[in-house]
Design a protein around this ligand. Structure first.
Ligand SMILES: [Fe+2]
Length: 236
């Protein structure tokens, strides 16, 4: 076992490992480890659940560089800074990359037949389900939870915002997060972790690259909300 891997206790919670090695999130995702909805679980427990060897997984995680990921910088922000970054990311996903991927799905489906077409259309259905639900979810966060988080320290107060960020509404948003990761994992099952053999159709390669990037970003957003923002809102 490498020195870096030995330094991390298998009892360390998954969320802390993710903050230290943000580039390793794709390894967790490919092993269907929902680090964003269960960040407090010790790595050894999640490995036991999944039938994985903890030492091998740690070794793989530690091979990823700690530096250089834009994701890591997010954790250095204070709560308002994190909220502003999340709002930008919401906009980027909802009004940019989601639309682009719909166009790629359609271009790909127009060239396919048989089993390939069936798989593409089933994935597109899941993608559309995710998009529709997520749009409403993000609007609720942007209009209720985020303004509440940004209002901390503002003595003017706003009762309606505070009421909207009650523990029950945060709980329902957290439950929705679990649904989204379930959809993302089903899409990963369909496409073999969004990997394309070399020489594949350019649309298929673009689709897989786009879906991988969207999955990584969306899970990171959910992780930040579950691990940092929602606990902060509950503690106020
Ligand atoms: Fe969310």
């Amino acid at each position: 076992m490498s020195e870096a891997a030995i330094r991390i206790s298998p009892l360390e919670e998954v969320g802390r490992i993710v903050v230290a090695f943000p580039r390793a999130t794709w390894i967790l995702i490919c092993n269907r480890i929902d680090y964003c909805n269960r960040p407090m679980i010790p790595l050894v427990d999640v490995c036991h659940e999944k039938g994985l060897c903890t030492a091998e997984l740690l070794e793989e995680i530690c091979r990823e560089p700690e530096e250089g990921s834009s994701l890591a910088q997010w954790c250095n922000h204070d709560i308002p800074g994190m909220v502003h970054r999340l709002i930008q990311k919401h906009q980027d996903l909802m009004y940019g990359r989601f639309e682009e991927l719909f166009a790629i799905f359609d271009a790909l489906a127009a060239t396919q037949t048989g089993r390939q077409l069936t798989v593409t259309l089933e994935m597109r259905d899941l993608y559309e389900l995710l998009y529709r639900d997520l749009r409403i979810h993000m609007l609720k966060e942007e209009n209720v939870v985020f303004p509440y988080l940004l209002s901390f320290g503002n003595t003017a107060g706003d009762d309606s915002r505070i009421a909207g960020s009650s523990p029950s509404s945060l709980k329902s948003l957290s439950m929705e997060h679990e649904d989204y990761v379930g959809i993302l994992f089903r899409m990963l099952d369909f496409s073999g972790n969004h990997s394309s053999p070399s020489g594949d159709d350019i649309n298929l390669t673009s689709l897989h690259a786009g879906l991988r990037s969207m999955t990584e970003d969306l899970m990171w957003i959910i992780f930040l909300e579950n691990y940092f923002l929602f606990p902060h809102a509950r503690s106020e």
